[in-house]
Unconditional design. Structure first.
Length: 55
C-alpha cells in the first residue's frame, strides 16, 4: 500500500497505478485519503526503519 501511494506521489497516473495493481479507483482514493500525505511519510519511516524515526 505504501509503495502504491508513493508511485502516485512520484507523478504516476492514478489509472495506470490502479490497472497495474488491480485496484479500483475508489479503493485507491480511500487509501490516499486515509494514509496519504504526512501520515504516509511517517508510516513509511516507521515501517522500513523498524519503528525508528529518522534523525
Amino acid at each position: 500500500m505504501v509503495n502504491i501511494l508513493k508511485e502516485y506521489e512520484s507523478g504516476k497516473a492514478t489509472k495506470d497505478i490502479c490497472r497495474e495493481h488491480g485496484l479500483s479507483a475508489a479503493t485507491f482514493y480511500q487509501w490516499k485519503q486515509k494514509y496519504g500525505g504526512n501520515m504516509l511519510n511517517n508510516f513509511g519511516a516507521s515501517y522500513y526503519d523498524g519503528g525508528k524515526k529518522p534523525l
